[in-house]
Design a protein around this ligand. Structure first.
Ligand code: PLP
Length: 384
């Protein structure tokens, strides 16, 4: 982060970092540079440093500078999706024979990338409960190069103590990667807690409006950032200019949205806790959540995701999802509109039968920023 940014508050950085006025017209938001290539003044004579939009594009650069500033990293990179970012990260950091520790609760697609894709290149992995630092330590091998953490986790809202796992990673000579999608940098900044690289699905809270798919990597270290940037260009799954522009626009309201998501989710979690048809509520803001104290230490607020288990098992959970009206039944999360889903049959179908299998009676909510009373009324009618 530049000195200028380190003097400013998050809300100011969110709006201004990377968003310099267009030098040609003075436009106060970066234009969508919908262009593939750039005129050269003689061979190799680049006017603004840009030569081809896979390598770099001014709208994407604006987003990448903004992302680095928000996470307090040295380099930000924007990709076509969260999984494209993860793929680039793993192919940059790992070689055949290396070992990775992955969490026992994570987005199903992340697990699928390790189990079905990365393992084919001879990379080994073990699953650990990352909310227990001793379990992470026990999973290390002499070949461990990466410890992967998702906190809060998807869909069980598990909390990992990032600073504690960062110490373990440092001691083992491994890199700590934190998927910060559920929290967003407004609520939690893993690099300040010792993480080496932050991953985002920009599709979620960063975009914030369910209208774009994107991903990001933010490196704490400039050299690692350079290596990632080399691979981003070499592999090519970059964010397009319009997608980058949509995410930049979304990020400007990230702080106000996250405050409202968190306040609404707290109301929803509280209501569910006392509902007779709910057997368990998973929300780090609840004092009885096992990760509550750690979350309170490393997060500004507890976020907008709430999961709960329904009395009556899988069919009852599916019925709740089907009966919801204001909560839209759909995958994804982090938009202004509330979503409901059944992880076992939807987002986490790819982990069935694995160590990451999710309970069949689980329902996941992405609590939006509508009026909380309307959201509570909808859930009450859906629970019956
Ligand atoms: N990380 C988390 C926590 C996610 O929830 C998701 C998608 O749901 C991803 C990564 C993958 O991101 P994308 O769908 O943008 O590829």
């Amino acid at each position: 982060m530049s000195d200028q940014h380190s003097l400013q508050s998050f809300e100011t950085i969110a709006i201004h970092a990377g968003n310099t006025a267009d030098p040609l017209t003075g436009a106060v938001v970066p234009p969508i540079y919908q262009v593939s290539t750039y005129k050269q003044d003689g061979v190799g004579g680049l006017r603004g440093g840009y030569e081809y939009s896979r390598s770099a594009n001014p709208t994407r650069t604006a987003l990448e500078e903004n992302l680095a500033a928000l996470e307090g990293g040295r380099r930000g990179l924007a990709f076509a999706s969260g999984l494209a970012a993860e793929d680039c990260l793993l192919r940059t950091l790992l070689e055949p024979g290396d070992h990775v520790v992955i969490p026992n609760d994570a987005y199903g697609g992340t697990f699928r990338l390790f189990a079905k894709v990365v393992s084919r290149w001879g990379v080994e992995w073990s699953v650990a409960n990352t909310s227990d630092p001793a379990a992470v330590r026990a999973a290390l091998t002499p070949k461990t190069k990466v410890i992967w953490v998702e906190t809060p986790s998807n869909p069980l809202l598990g909390i990992t103590d990032v600073a504690a796992v960062a110490d373990i990673a440092r001691g083992a000579g491994a890199r700590l990667v934190v998927d910060n999608t559920f929290a967003s940098p407004y609520l939690q900044q893993p690099i300040s807690l010792g993480a080496d690289i932050v991953v985002h699905s920009l599709t979620k809270y960063m975009g914030g409006h369910s209208d774009v798919v994107g991903g990001a990597l933010i490196a704490a270290d400039a050299t690692v950032g350079e290596e990632l940037a080399y691979h981003q260009n070499a592999m090519g799954a970059v964010a397009g200019p319009f997608d980058a522009w949509l995410v930049l626009r979304g990020i400007k309201t990230l702080p106000v949205r996250m405050d409202r998501h968190s306040a609404n989710a707290a109301r929803v979690a509280e209501m569910l806790t006392s509902h007779p048809k709910v057997t368990q509520v998973l929300y780090p803001g609840l004092p009885e959540h096992p990760g509550h104290e750690t979350a309170a230490k490393q997060m500004k607020a507890f976020g907008g995701m709430v999961s709960f288990r329904v009395a009556g098992g899988e069919e009852a959970a599916v019925e709740v999802c089907n009966r919801a009206k204001l909560f839209t039944l759909g995958e994804s999360l982090g938009g202004v509109e509330s979503l409901i889903e059944h992880p076992g049959r939807m987002t986490h179908a790819s982990v069935a039968g694995s160590a990451l299998e999710v309970p069949a009676d689980l329902v996941r909510l992405s609590v939006g920023i509508e009026a909380a009373d309307d959201l509570l009324a909808d859930l009450q009618q859906a629970l019956g």
